[in-house]
Design a protein around this ligand. Structure first.
Ligand code: UD1
Ligand code: CA
Length: 471
């Protein structure tokens, strides 16, 4: 990132995120609604952090504690400062809530909206650079604008006959002529902080919404003889605000289609039906992997080369190696799958499941906090929880690790080359040694020694396999 602070005033960022978002018709504050699986506010705060400002201030109010927690999920508490706006009296009032902290900073203040999530750090760096360089001295305020085919709902940029900034008029206050203007205010500005707070003190609420508009500040500055600049940007989507659920869904679709296209063109991933998949921006997918329709890949998942992911599967925050086949309708969460494994159909890797290379998990198998060693198989109707399974072991159909005694969870350890017979109940804590066999229907309540065969309820040793082999 270009160093926007070089030879200029230091940069601070203020993010407005106190509003309710009435138009969402939701019990959840707007900035907590998710795009690409992350709250809107987190998109903005991550982008702000990419500029490496002195500090990031977030104005919170409605569901403020939840907004604070959301931001702090991705931030150190030292890197963000939260400012409370007690009553939501408008965007001008929201900025004013930070007066005590910012008015005497003498910094460049970049003001962002918590509901404009797609804005890129490069664009903001361009805005700040334009602001600092304007007319050789720097502007008092620079407004990010864009021309929209349909400007409905946005504040319009009114320019004077020379094409210079005159004022911003909100949709609800605009007359017929002003409503015809296509250039809109993105709600993103760079300010000289001292001049901003001086002008803000003069803002009134005599408008259609009875609010203190931040959008009145630029014209107040201009009237006071200050330099107000405009930085017009080309990409309309990037400055699109989320005010209702239809806009949120539009951005989700746009972001997803861009992600899928990038996976195809830059990383060599095939999609049978690119419109019917959901792939998070943070996912990494390898070359020649084929993704079938109705697949969802969430979070920071990684998938290797040459994998096949069949329909109806959802993968969340998991790591998958090369040459893996995930058959239809699997749910894989916080898990790790090694090279050349096969999973499903209809398998559930519930969390902290690890499959080492060439392992296989089949129909209706659930794994939780379990490691399945290299070449081991659990092919049908099985629950393995809190278990460690060695290499080349076969877990028969209907096996259950009874890991919960009603109070506590216990572990099961199964060695290498073990054959667990169908319908075996392994009552944890219990261990089954290398090369052992459990007969069908065994209820194993005591440790099974290596190379022995157990059977029955409760399971008893029937013979030592190593001895019988040597006869
Ligand atoms: C605002 C601008 C409009 C611009 C648009 C771009 C004003 C008056 N209008 O309109 O010119 O085209 O953004 O997206 O600024 N907020 C607070 N406290 C408040 C009110 C709002 O923190 O008291 C926050 C909201 O949480 C939101 C942001 O400020 O993140 C913008 O508020 P919103 O009500 O969405 O403004 P718009 O009507 O979209
Ligand atoms: Ca808005």
């Amino acid at each position: 990132m270009a160093d926007v602070q070089e030879e200029h005033k230091m940069l601070d960022v203020l993010i407005l995120a106190a509003g309710l978002g009435t138009r969402m018709r939701s019990d959840l504050a707007k900035v907590l609604h998710r795009l690409d699986g992350r709250p809107l506010i987190n998109h903005v705060s991550r982008t702000a952090a990419a500029l490496a400002p002195q500090k990031i201030y977030v104005v919170i109010g409605h569901q403020g504690e939840d907004v604070r927690s959301a931001v702090l999920e991705e931030f150190d508490s030292n890197d963000a400062v939260f400012v409370e706006q007690k009553r939501q009296l408008g965007t001008g009032d929201a900025v004013n809530a930070a007066r005590d902290l910012l008015a005497n900073q003498d910094s460049t203040l970049l003001v962002l909206s918590g509901d404009v999530p797609m804005i890129r750090p490069e664009t903001l760096a361009g805005l700040v650079q334009h602001h600092h360089g304007h007319r050789g001295r720097g502007a008092a305020c620079t407004i990010l604008t864009v021309k929209l085919m349909d400007p409905t709902g946005y504040g319009r940029i009114v320019r004077n006959p020379e094409g210079l900034f005159e004022k911003i008029v909100e949709q609800k206050d605009a007359n017929e002529t002003e409503r015809q203007i296509h250039e809109i205010n993105a709600g993103i500005y760079a300010f000289d902080s001292t001049k901003l707070f001086d002008a803000l003190a003069k803002v009134q609420n005599d408008n259609a919404q009875g609010e203190y508009y931040l959008t009145d500040v630029p014209s107040l500055l201009r009237e006071a003889g200050e330099d107000v600049a405009i930085f017009q940007h080309g990409d309309a989507y990037e400055v699109e605000g989320v005010n209702n659920r239809a806009q949120l869904a539009d951005l989700e679709r746009l972001l997803n289609s861009r992600t899928v296209k990038r996976q195809m063109l830059d990383y060599g991933v095939s999609f049978i039906d690119p419109k019917n998949v959901y792939i998070s921006e943070g996912a990494k997918i390898g070359r020649d992997t084929v993704i079938h329709p109705n697949v969802t890949i969430e979070g920071e998942s990684e998938i290797g080369d040459g994998c096949t992911i069949h329909s109806g599967t959802r993968i969340t925050n998991s790591r998958i190696g090369h040459g893996v086949e995930i058959r239809d309708n699997c749910l894989i969460q916080d898990s790790e799958i090694g090279n050349s494994c096969t999973v499903g159909p209809m398998a559930h890797l519930r969390g902290h499941a690890v499959m080492r290379s060439n392992a296989k998990v089949g129909n209706f198998v659930e794994l939780k906090k379990t490691t399945l060693g290299s070449g081991s198989k659990a092919s049908h109707l099985t629950y393995l929880g809190d278990a460690t399974v060695g290499e080349n072991t076969n877990i028969g159909a209907g096996t259950v690790t009874c890991n919960y005694d009603g109070k506590n969870k216990h572990e099961t350890k199964i060695g290498d080359n073990v054959r667990i017979g169908s319908d075996t109940m392994l009552v944890a804590p219990v261990e089954v040694g290398d090369g052992a066999v459990t007969a069908a229907g065994s209820v194993v309540i005591e440790n099974v020694e290596a190379d022995s065969l157990v059977a029955g309820v409760p399971a008893k040793v029937k013979k030592k396999l190593s001895e019988s082999k040597s006869v």
